[in-house]
Design a protein around this ligand. Structure first.
Ligand SMILES: O=C(O)CCC(=O)C(=O)O
Length: 357
């Protein structure tokens, strides 16, 4: 139910031409996101029983849920530089043999054309998806040191907190040795599942998100339990340990990276938004004032790294960087930008483009 509710659905308009019904434009069906928990929105903390602690190791807030002991979210756990490095590594090094990807069996090594349909890559012992077991005999790419370091730093920071009365953290001298890299495009999903094929089910799972915003569903031990839907952003880390290690979870939605990101007090942002709204319906244009986000500096650093442009606003359309206010307004004046956006006829999404692992 919840999975369906948050998935991207398309509606095809029908046109009546010369008495005949014809398939018309495809439009995204708006999704009701009012029930989605956003840890960055303080006003939700009380009503959604959010637990908040400060990790001195990470110098970050760590969020938990009273309903799910052993579940933690660290917003902005990775700096802009780390995110960009990992995105490049995920697209290049991590997909090279002896890593397996969803293309290995049929096509062998990944080519640029196959990149569009890249879905997963394995790091550490290969996973047999049919038997749902790890094959420790086949050659594999060892877990990269940077991922090991991040997983250990994040999980031990969480273990140092006392957020739940019956804190678990019984993974002993755990050494991370395996990772699955998931690649998502707008609208992609990862069905609800449990991670139960690992040898040591006490060892925590650390999920690192890169790129676009997504909705993460955290359920219970059976599929009957209504899951909690939450927004996860690029740079966030999720840790699941203890009883939260045994629950169903999935990703019903990944948003597009299009839209206009600026600052609430910036005259160029204001100008760009006005120009966009003069031509496009408001519901089609996602805008965000990044200075109002607690991690606004990190978002700007990330956008600067991605685009080479140090100042707001940043406008993306159809996954491409359009430019700042000057370039956007010029494209709007020539009619190119509305055409670019209308080509897809979808609302503009919510996060910078990229991959999520
Ligand atoms: O991509 C994510 O954030 C979730 C990953 C996950 O649940 C898995 O790979 O088992």
């Amino acid at each position: 139910m919840a999975e369906k509710k948050y998935q991207l659905h398309w509606h095809q308009e029908m046109r009546n031409r010369k008495g005949k019904l014809r398939g018309g434009k495809l439009r995204q069906v708006p999704t009701d996101l009012s029930g989605v928990l956003d840890f960055q929105d303080r006003s939700m903390w009380h009503s959604r029983a959010v637990l908040v602690a400060h990790s001195t190791d990470l110098n970050k807030k760590v969020f938990g849920l009273a309903s799910h002991p052993g579940f933690y979210v660290i917003c902005g756990a990775m700096s802009a530089e780390v995110q960009q490095h990992l995105i490049m590594a995920a697209l290049q090094e991590y997909t090279e043999a002896p890593s397996n990807t969803n293309h290995t069996r049929v096509h062998g090594q990944l080519t640029e054309q196959l990149l569009r349909k890249l879905r997963w890559a394995t790091l550490g012992p290969q996973f047999d998806w049919t038997a749902r077991v790890y094959d420790v005999h086949a050659p594999y790419r060892p877990l990269p040191a940077e991922l090991r370091t991040l997983a250990v730093a994040i999980s031990s920071a969480v273990a140092g907190l006392d957020m739940h009365p019956a804190g678990v953290h019984d993974w002993g001298d755990w050494e991370p040795d395996v990772a699955l890299v998931n690649y998502y495009r707008e609208g992609d999903t990862l069905g609800g599942h449990k991670d139960d094929a690992e040898q040591n089910l006490c060892a925590p799972i650390v999920a690192l998100s890169l790129g676009c915003d997504a909705i993460f569903l955290l359920g219970g031990e059976t599929r009957d339990e209504e899951p909690v839907a939450m927004r996860i952003r690029g740079g966030d880390a999720v840790v699941m340990e203890g009883s939260a290690r045994q629950v169903y979870h999935g990703v019903p939605r990944v948003f597009s990276g299009d839209g206009c990101r600026g600052k609430s007090y910036c005259p160029y942002t204001k100008l760009t938004k006005e120009a966009l709204f003069a031509v496009l319906p408001r519901s089609m244009v996602h805008t965000e004032d990044i200075d109002l986000r607690p991690d606004g500096d990190a978002v700007q650093a990330y956008l600067t790294l991605m685009t080479g442009k140090p100042t707001v606003p940043y406008v993306f359309a159809n996954g491409e960087f359009v430019g700042g206010s000057e370039e956007t307004i010029a494209l709007l004046q020539t009619g190119t930008l509305p055409a670019l956006l209308a080509a897809k006829e979808t609302p503009i999404g919510t996060a910078p483009p990229g991959v999520a692992t």
